[in-house]
Design a protein around this ligand. Structure first.
Ligand code: FHN
Length: 604
């Protein structure tokens, strides 16, 4: 029997818990109006984020010096006084801006909505605002309102226009959050004054003057109180009942969850969620940032997020002249080409029906269909375990002729073993992600248990573990990546139930991750934890040390460190449990063990 402090944490619950702990999660109260307003967004899956503002003028450089960090934060990072930063407005004249071109680019890329910075933390409104003359129409030689032009172009193209609005941070204003180089520190600010005199009036303007909006993307709530978050959300819904509010409004007041920047969930999140992602390392334009993600990485991210039930909001940072950088344009065009062929497997789909990630690729689904995304093409045949549906037909989505692919379903229901093998052509039909469509009757029906994969590996992902807390004060939990955090009490432990179909000898490997904040002081990874694994009646002791590293290219925040935990022989097929305990967490300071998974890999 589990001891009283043992907590069953399924994927669903653990992710709920970690999101609930975040200031960026949505209310859980069922709300029929919210259900209505979120329908389009669930279908959309893919949007364009645009960070555009005065920061595009310095483009990452101030007084001849490159300023480290993200471009739109230059005012903060270089501690630029308001009086100096304001002067940038005089130089801002984006004569190459063409709303129709931007919207066409988004549309051709397969994006269904555009979220553009109407005002970022620098406080400068990129639209004609009556509430503050610090805006593009009144303060720049450009004098046009690009948001009006975008609204018209979006309407014409059938793209939802959405506004990013920094509702708490405003470095231009004495009482907005964030600027402590011109003004007193935040605790001494009269934030309510700022909220009433600038944030609320500007949000009203945005909702009144640009037609129907898809959503308002509030960000970094900081000084916002719960009452203010609820109030501004209600204001949006009152003025435009079908306009969504992003989770980052704060205090669970939004309509959906926003994951952290560039954070891609490793597990299924059973609520509406979105990840904003940079195409290079900055949001706002920086002339020296050439660290572009490749097309295969971007497509992998889109597929991965979709297969986890999320939306992918991919950023571009236009220049001060009004042009979207060419490397972004090229990438978006390629993604668009891929989506024109394969969009059926993305838009309006439901997530991976398995609780765990599959070793051969990703799954998305819709009624009557399973889409198997193969980002790495297997040799001649794909074998998938766990599909219990009777498959009626299989074909490649990229094959216009929909030529039937031969397949075989076999198994042993007595041990819950179901195997599907599909014969494939030698070459993939798509260089990025080829999709096999499987026709089934009704919805997906898959083995719910964690189980062995066709290669023989069993991947016990951390977020699927049963968490056994030593005391009610134990802080062991999961971070937004699904990685264990707060495992500092050696008496806490984890366990997984899983199925093995092929007896044999397995190497046990722990996958841990580097610390989340790479720039923070201290080592990015430390071993030394003394671990105990109990599985199949055996006990294995080991000390965590680094045996290797690999990066998941579609998840920039995930560098895995591998550590051997030992070897075990399992001599029969069936249901097993693996318990992972720590005999000592000493020497690890506050970091604990950032566990992502334990793998059982067939020994060579
Ligand atoms: O501080 C901002 C940042 O500049 C950027 O706008 C991102 C986009 O998600 N949001 C904030 C940080 O999370």
């Amino acid at each position: 029997m589990k001891n009283p402090s043992t907590r069953r944490v399924t994927c669903f619950l653990c992710v709920m818990a970690l999101l609930a702990a975040s200031a960026w999660s949505q209310s859980t109260t069922p709300d029929p109006q919210r259900e209505q307003r979120i329908q389009w967004w669930r279908q959309a899956r893919f949007g364009m984020f645009i960070h555009w503002g005065l920061y595009a003028v310095p483009a990452g450089e101030w007084k001849g010096k490159p300023i480290p960090g993200i471009g739109e934060w230059i005012m903060n990072r270089a501690r630029i006084p308001v009086a100096e930063y304001e002067q940038l407005a005089r130089q801002f004249n984006p004569v190459k801006f063409n709303a129709e071109e931007w919207v066409r680019l988004a549309k051709d890329a397969g994006m269904k909505y555009i979220v553009i910075t109407s005002k970022h933390h620098d406080g400068f409104a990129m639209y004609g605002s009556k509430a503050s003359s610090y805006n593009i129409v009144d303060a720049t030689p450009f004098k046009r309102d690009p948001m009006k032009e975008l609204a018209a172009a979006c309407r014409k193209a059938g793209i939802r226009l959405c506004f990013y609005y920094s509702h708490a941070q405003d470095w231009h204003e004495r009482d907005g959050a964030g600027n402590d180089w011109d003004f007193p520190p935040d605790p001494q600010k009269n934030f309510a004054k700022y909220f009433e005199e600038k944030a609320k009036p500007q949000v009203r303007e945005l909702l009144a003057n640009y037609g129907p909006l898809g959503l308002i993307w509030f960000d970094t709530p900081r000084l916002i109180t719960k009452e203010q978050a609820v109030e501004i959300t209600a204001l949006v819904h009152k003025l435009q009942p079908s306009c969504l509010v992003s989770g980052r409004v704060g205090h669970n007041a939004g309509d959906y969850d926003s994951a952290g920047d560039n954070q891609i969930s490793v597990g299924l999140v059973r609520r509406d969620w979105e990840t904003p992602v940079t195409m290079n390392d900055t949001w706002g334009f920086k002339k020296d940032d050439h660290n572009w993600k490749s097309v295969p990485v971007l497509i992998r991210q889109l597929v991965r997020i979709t297969s986890r039930g999320g939306n992918y909001l991919l950023n571009v940072g236009p220049t001060a002249e009004g042009e979207i950088p060419q490397p972004s344009v090229e990438r978006l065009r390629e993604i668009g080409q891929w989506l024109r062929v394969n969009g059926e497997s993305i838009y309006g789909t439901s997530p991976n029906p398995f609780t765990y990630n599959l070793e051969w690729g990703f799954i998305t689904t819709r009624e009557g269909k399973l889409y198997l995304h193969l980002l790495d093409w297997p040799q001649k045949q794909l074998t998938v375990y766990g599909i219990r549906n009777k498959i009626r037909n299989a074909y490649l989505l990229a094959d216009r002729g929909r030529k039937h692919l031969a397949f075989k379903q076999e198994g042993d229901p007595a041990i819950d073993f179901y195997s599907t093998s599909i014969q494939l052509p030698v070459a993939p039909p798509d260089k990025y992600d080829s999709i096999i469509a499987l026709e089934i009757r009704g919805g997906p029906n898959v083995l719910p248990a964690l189980a062995q994969q066709p290669s023989g590996t069993i991947s016990l992902e951390a977020h699927l573990a049963d968490v056994h807390k030593a005391t009610s004060g134990s802080v062991i939990a999961f971070d937004p990546r699904g990685v264990v955090t707060g495992w500092v009490d050696a008496r806490d432990w984890l366990s997984w139930d899983f199925r093995i179909f092929r007896p044999g000898t397995y190497d046990l490997i722990a996958l841990t991750t580097l610390r989340r904040m790479p720039r923070a002081a201290g080592p990015e990874w430390q071993g030394g934890h003394r671990m105990l694994v109990e599985v199949a009646g055996k006990q294995l002791r080991s000390t965590m040390s680094e045996d290797g590293r690999f990066v998941d290219p579609s998840n920039p925040l995930m560098t895995y460190v591998t550590s051997k935990l030992g070897q075990v022989t399992i001599d029969k097929a069936g249901a097993f449990q693996l318990a992972l305990k720590a005999e000592s967490m000493e020497g690890q300071g506050k970091l604990g063990l950032a566990l992502a998974a334990v793998r059982l890999v067939p020994a060579k």
